[in-house]
Design a protein around this ligand. Sequence first.
Ligand SMILES: [Zn+2]
Length: 119
Amino acid sequence: MDQGTKICPNCGTKMTINAEVCPKCGAMQAQPMGSYATGPASVQEQVQSRKRVGMFLLWGWLSAVASLFIPIIGIASIVLGVLTIRNKHVSAGVVLIVVAAIFIFLGMTGFAEGFFGAL
Ligand SMILES: [Zn+2]
C-alpha cells in the first residue's frame, strides 16, 4: 500500500493521506493522526474486505450460472457464498448459496439438455 495515499471508504477513490474530504464524492475522511487503531487502518480494512466480497460475489454468481450446465461448478459458488458470509455480508452470501443450490438442482435435473434442446 502506498504510504502517501488513502482510499475513500465511501467511493474508493485514492487521495493524499492528508485530504479531509474526498475529491470525488465529498465524504469526510478519517484523520491520519489520532486514534490510529480504529482510524485509517480499519477503514482500509473495510475497503479491502468490500473489494474481497465483490470478487467472491462476482465469481460466485458466475459459477452459479455455470452450474446450470455443469452442476459440480456450483460447489465453488457455495464456498464463495460461505466466504462472503464470513466477511460479514450475510444476506448476500445466503442469497448466493440458495440460488447456487437451486441452479445445481436444475443443472442435475437436465436444465442444460432442455436449454440446448430448445435451441
Ligand atoms: Zn469518495
